[in-house]
Design a protein around this ligand. Sequence first.
Ligand code: HEC
Ligand code: HEC
Ligand code: HEC
Ligand code: HEC
Ligand code: HEC
Ligand code: HEC
Ligand code: HEC
Ligand code: HEC
Ligand code: HEC
Length: 425
Amino acid sequence: MGSRGVYPHRRPFVSSGGFFFLLILVLIMGFFAGAPTPAFASSVLPSARSFGVVPQNPVETDAECLKCHKNQAMSTTWGILESDKVSLYVDPTAYNNTVHLEAGLACIGCHVGYKPESGHGNNFNSRREATLTMSDACGRCHGERQEEVMDGVHAEQIAAGNIAAAVCSDCHSPHTITRIKDKDNGLVSAATHFSIAKNCEKCHSAIYEKYSQSVHGQANIEQNNPDVPTCTNCHGAHNIEDPRTMAYRLRSPQICAKCHTNLDVMAKYGLSTEVMNTYVSDFHGTTVTIFEKVSPDAESNKPVCYDCHGIHDISRTDDPTKGLEIKQNLLKTCQKCHPDATANFPDSWTSHYIPDAEKYPSVYYINLFYQFFIPAVLGPMGILVLLDFGRSMLDKFSSPKRKTTSPKVNPMPKKKEEDNDGETK
Ligand code: HEC
Ligand code: HEC
Ligand code: HEC
Ligand code: HEC
Ligand code: HEC
Ligand code: HEC
Ligand code: HEC
Ligand code: HEC
Ligand code: HEC
């Protein structure tokens, strides 16, 4: 296996000669079939070259492609509109820094079958058609990601004819892809956390606009703060589900709780971590929690976190125009579902506070009263019952020791036992 030095990442496959032969066979079949199955594809992810489509020296073949494509003025038009004009320029410097070149993947690893010729025999009707067609290449190696995407809203939209929905290369610019997750800890960097929202903005600009004004968005965009949620913390990246289903709604408090019950994170901002506890134990949250467990698709009209706080426009609670600490703002929120609510209505609710002597003293003292009252009544009663029971047991068995030791030696016949009892009395 002279190739070991060249393909170190293949080592696990080489251990068995038979398996290696099979692998080659499957690879060749996969290559001619156009695209291997996703599950298979992901298992060979570490080695782009094992596809057999990448030559020994990607840099050399890339140079042949780049002879034409490094020309900045190079362009073509797919379709009839001015906007269908496409630059065919590929920036060699940016490409040199991609994770794919690092992994030994050449241009033709994605552009399978392309030859260094003037034009490649494709005739796309639009820019979008070209993008959708070429993006298919990613799934050959990233089968798992592809499967997730196929389960998500974007693929669903495309299947329904809305070709504006996102595919791989809309979110990952193919000629500049760098590593996204840290190789050691598997985490997304702070810079990426921020750029994710910018990327979604390309197509969801109205939502981004709202988000950028929110307490979360401001911290992300203005301070690159990775503690606050970016779009994907609430929606996921690949298997994005429709957020307007009842199942998503009922599960949503858990999404907020992931951060808002985290002591380490919330301590930095002086925020309470009791927001989930108090929500779940109040009349609104209890029902939502039960619904989520028992019938996640059933309609529920009880509020979840975002009915009160907003979704993409969540503000600080002391924000003068929208903050919920301001009574008029809060009242408006209650009125969405309690249309008859008047100025004092919100007072009927203890918010996220665990009542204490200062906030909600009446609730606090009533709770306190019950905390003492109930043990004070039940406690002595319990003791009385126990004492009585103990006494009667004592009376019953406090007869000679014999009775308890003797069964070991000689289990007494029942009759005799009765006699004994009779004796002691
Ligand atoms: C001799 C110049 C030349 C070379 C070398 C060349 N191309 Fe092209 N390429 C073109 C032209 C011209 C077009 C525009 C075709 C059109 O108008 O549709 C193009 C278009 C493309 C496209 C757009 C999609 C398509 O199918 O039209 C891709 C992708 C591409 N080339 C990849 C490559 C790769 C990969 C290589 C190296 C194997 C390569 N090219 C080598 C001239 C070249
Ligand atoms: C990781 C896969 C991948 C690699 C590697 C790759 N491409 Fe592409 N390329 C794509 C995809 C996907 C598209 C369609 C993207 C789009 O429409 O935005 C594309 C589009 C193109 C286009 C059409 C213009 C455009 O930007 O849409 C050209 C030309 C091109 N690639 C040439 C190259 C050359 C030359 C190389 C090597 C230096 C290369 N590609 C390497 C995936 C790749
Ligand atoms: C021929 C196989 C192959 C194709 C095709 C391919 N990739 Fe990759 N990709 C790889 C390999 C190998 C790596 C490096 C994995 C590693 O080192 O962890 C990689 C890495 C990545 C990463 C960085 C992963 C990380 O952990 O940060 C992204 C993002 C990515 N690819 C996206 C794409 C997209 C988008 C396409 C299509 C435009 C594509 N890939 C096409 C093989 C491929
Ligand atoms: C290339 C454009 C594009 C990009 C980039 C994009 N989306 Fe979308 N997305 C769409 C389209 C088109 C729809 C279909 C519904 C619509 O028109 O709003 C959609 C639908 C959705 C939906 C479902 C809502 C509905 O109306 O069905 C969610 C959630 C969503 N996208 C989240 C995201 C997130 C999060 C990101 C960034 C990680 C993102 N999208 C990036 C185009 C895009
Ligand atoms: C709507 C935007 C969007 C689309 C579409 C998308 N991705 Fe991603 N992808 C992301 C984001 C954001 C991340 C950052 C990590 C995360 O949040 O999971 C990521 C991470 C990745 C990674 C590296 C981390 C990992 O978990 O492996 C790979 C590889 C990848 N995507 C490949 C793909 C492929 C292949 C496709 C198409 C089948 C695709 N992505 C489609 C947004 C997208
Ligand atoms: C704190 C969590 C959170 C964050 C951060 C977030 N979303 Fe949402 N998003 C939601 C929830 C919850 C819904 C469901 C709203 C509903 O029921 O109407 C939603 C709905 C959506 C929808 C579909 C409904 C609509 O209003 O069109 C899209 C598209 C969307 N979000 C995209 C984004 C994008 C893009 C970003 C980043 C700029 C983002 N979201 C950030 C929680 C979030
Ligand atoms: C990824 C973690 C994360 C997620 C998910 C998250 N948050 Fe936050 N949230 C934060 C952080 C961190 C802050 C503090 C930001 C600051 O002060 O700059 C914050 C601030 C807030 C505030 C403002 C508190 C104040 O008065 O200062 C509210 C309200 C809020 N979040 C509600 C929600 C709701 C509702 C959800 C779910 C729909 C949610 N958050 C999801 C991390 C998160
Ligand atoms: C019925 C409306 C309502 C619901 C439901 C609700 N909240 Fe609140 N939330 C409020 C109000 C009102 C305040 C302001 C409390 C005050 O200062 O009077 C608040 C305050 C907060 C704060 C700021 C806490 C602080 O320390 O300043 C956070 C964070 C928060 N809520 C998150 C959540 C999360 C997460 C959920 C869901 C698990 C949720 N809220 C459910 C109304 C609600
Ligand atoms: C998304 C809708 C929604 C919002 C917003 C909402 N509630 Fe409710 N609330 C309900 C539902 C539904 C019930 C249950 C009614 C029933 O079972 O009879 C309820 C029950 C109550 C009850 C129990 C007594 C009763 O009337 O049955 C109180 C008190 C209450 N809500 C206070 C509030 C306050 C205060 C606010 C604003 C901070 C608020 N609610 C916001 C939907 C909502």
